[in-house]
Design a protein around this ligand. Structure first.
Ligand SMILES: Cc1cc2nc3c(=O)[nH]c(=O)nc-3n(C[C@H](O)[C@H](O)[C@H](O)COP(=O)(O)O)c2cc1C
Length: 270
C-alpha cells in the first residue's frame, strides 16, 4: 500500500511509478484526511510506502497528522516500510520527523529516498519556480534516477538512505521550518482577482483537500477547512493566473506536472 500526498502532481507521478513497479495500490492521504479514514488493512507480506513533497524541510503537516492517526491492521514486525519524498532542492531533517511520527503508531521506517523535481513554492521575494527548461531537465533527471532506486524498494532493502539532506539541515528544518509552518502555511493569504477569474472552477477541482468552493458568481472562496498545506495547486493551475498568495506571486511562473503532449510548464505572464 502506498500512501501519497501530492499538490501539483510531482509526487503523484513518483507514487504511480512505484505502484507500477511494485504492484502496490495507492491511497490518497488528502482524501483520507477529508474522509477521516485512518484504519487500513494490510495483506500478509504487504509493504507500505509513504510518498509526499517536502514543505519547509519537513513532511507537509497533513501527512504528519495522517501518520499519527494511522491504524494498520496486519502490520507485524518485519513489515517493510519505506518513504519517498520529492523536493525542489533538499529534505533537511524531514525523515527524523517522519520516523518519530511512524514510531508513535508502532511503525518502523526501514528505508528512505528523495528525488529532486520541479519547484512548486513561490517564495515571497523571488520567483522560485523553475524555468520551463529547468523543470524539464529535473523531470528527465528524476525519470533516469527512478529505475536505479526502485529495485531497493522491490527487493525490500533495509537501511537505505538515498536522500539529499541539505547543508544546514537543523537550521532549515527546525528553525526555518518552524517559522514557515507558523506564519506561511495558511489559506488566508490566497486571494483571487475577480476581474481576471474565468469562473472555470479549475482551482476547486485541483485542490487536493476540497478547500475551495465557488460562489454563485463562480469566483473561488477558500473554506478554511484546516487542511490547506499551501501546496499551491490552485495557484499553479489557474489558466488566468488570477490567484495570488500574500500579494507576492502576481506575474510569477506557474507549473504543474503532466506527462501529456502539451506542456504544463508555463512561463511568466509579464
Ligand atoms: C509549501 C511548500 C514548501 C516547500 N518547501 C520545500 C523545501 O523546504 N525544500 C525543498 O527542497 N522543496 C520544497 N518545496 C518544493 C516541493 O517539495 C517540490 O516541488 C515537490 O516536488 C512538489 O510536489 P507535488 O507536486 O507533489 O506537490 C516546497 C513546496 C511547497 C508548495
Amino acid at each position: 500500500m502506498i500512501f501519497f500526498f501530492s499538490g501539483t502532481g510531482n509526487t503523484r507521478f513518483i507514487a504511480s511509478r512505484l505502484a507500477e513497479a511494485t504492484g502496490d495500490h495507492i491511497v490518497s492521504i488528502a482524501q483520507a484526511m477529508v474522509d477521516g479514514k485512518f484504519d487500513y488493512c494490510l495483506e500478509a507480506g504487504e509493504r507500505i510506502g509513504f510518498c509526499f513533497p517536502i514543505h519547509g524541510w519537513r513532511p507537509p503537516f497533513i501527512v504528519r497528522d495522517f501518520v499519527r492517526r494511522l491504524s494498520l491492521q496486519g502490520y507485524v514486525a518485519g513489515t517493510y516500510c519505506y518513504a519517498f519524498a520529492t523536493c525542489g532542492d533538499d529534505v533537511g531533517l524531514t525523515y527524523d520527523y517522519l520516523t518519530e511520527d511512524l514510531q508513535s503508531v508502532g511503525i518502523r521506517l526501514d528505508s528512505m529516498f528523495s528525488v529532486i523535481m520541479p519547484e512548486t513554492y513561490n517564495f515571497p521575494f523571488i520567483d522560485q519556480i523553475d524555468t520551463p527548461q529547468n523543470a524539464k531537465r529535473k523531470i528527465a533527471a528524476a525519470s533516469q534516477r527512478l529505475p536505479k532506486m526502485i529495485p531497493a524498494i522491490v527487493n525490500r532493502e533495509r537501511g537505505v538512505m538515498d536522500i539529499n539532506k541539505s547543508r544546514w539541515p537543523r537550521i532549515n528544518s527546525k528553525l526555518l521550518g518552524a517559522f514557515f509552518l507558523k506564519h506561511w502555511v495558511t489559506d488566508s493569504k490566497f486571494t483571487v482577482d475577480a476581474g481576471a477569474c474565468l469562473r472555470c472552477g479549475k482551482c476547486r477541482e485541483v485542490c487536493p483537500v476540497g478547500n475551495i468552493s465557488c460562489s454563485d458568481d463562480g469566483v473561488p472562496q477558500w473554506q478554511h477547512n484546516h487542511l490547506c498545506t499551501t501546496c499551491f495547486s490552485c495557484y499553479h493551475h489557474c489558466p488566468a493566473h488570477a490567484i495570488d498568495f500574500a500579494g507576492r506571486t502576481r506575474g510569477k511562473r506557474q507549473y504543474f506536472f503532466t506527462l501529456g503532449p502539451s506542456s504544463s510548464i508555463t512561463a511568466r505572464k509579464n
